[in-house]
Write a protein that binds this ligand. Structure first.
Ligand SMILES: C[S@@+](CC[C@H](N)C(=O)[O-])C[C@H]1O[C@@H](n2cnc3c(N)ncnc32)[C@H](O)[C@@H]1O
Length: 185
């Protein structure tokens, strides 16, 4: 089974398309903040969440519930594709239904190796993967730059290092990011 969660109007062939609104006639109408999700344990080989995760789990316990359900319904080795707007972008800030910034570190908190490594260094990051027995490896991170910064980079007006600084400092440098996760069980 492949799941396209929060499909909206972008339904995918070969996927079970899921949304909380019936407007675009998804295969399954379901509020992903309600648990358990109506999918079997270990049943999914691929999951897509395109511009969806930032809409889920304003209350921390609900977000953790979403991550737990994502882990439960996936089989070992399943591929999860997450696309989110950058938290420092107008796209993220402007939508009142965006309830949660999602960063690389948000996802690392659900990785057991990362949890153990930071614990060993005596750092304070909450080991959510260990606490909730979920484990996702981040296998790919692709940033899509805003047109203005993409042009500055390709024209050579900014270096990679200057771009890195800008990403950490300014708004509207990164438009959206693709994270690919591999499910570990
Ligand atoms: C920004 S749209 C993205 C739609 C689609 N994935 C795309 O790429 O065009 C977010 C979608 O997530 C759905 N969504 C938001 N919260 C949800 C929830 N709690 N359960 C299920 N779907 C939800 C919305 O209804 C909406 O269709």
């Amino acid at each position: 089974m492949k799941l396209n969660l929060g499909c909206g109007g972008n339904k995918r062939d070969g996927y079970v398309n899921v949304d909380k609104f019936p407007h675009f006639t998804p295969d399954v109408v379901w509020d992903l903040e309600r648990f358990p999700w109506p999918f079997e344990t270990d049943g999914a080989e691929a999951v897509a969440l395109t511009h969806v995760l930032e809409h889920l789990g304003g209350p921390p316990d609900v977000f953790i519930g979403v991550m737990k359900e994502l882990h439960r319904v996936c089989r070992a080795g399943a591929r999860i594709e997450i696309v989110v707007p950058h938290p420092r972008s107008d796209s993220f800030i402007s939508d009142p239904t965006h309830v949660r910034p999602v960063t690389l570190e948000t996802l690392f908190l659900f990785n057991k190796d990362w949890n153990r490594a930071v614990l060993a260094e005596g750092k304070a990051n909450t080991p959510l993967g260990l606490y909730h027995d979920v484990d996702f490896a981040v296998t790919r991170v692709d940033h899509r730059l805003t047109p203005r910064w993409a042009e500055r980079l390709t024209s050579g007006r900014v270096s990679q290092e200057e771009l890195r600084d800008a990403m950490d400092t300014y708004n509207n440098v990164i438009e959206e990011t693709l994270y690919v996760l591999e499910v570990r069980k």
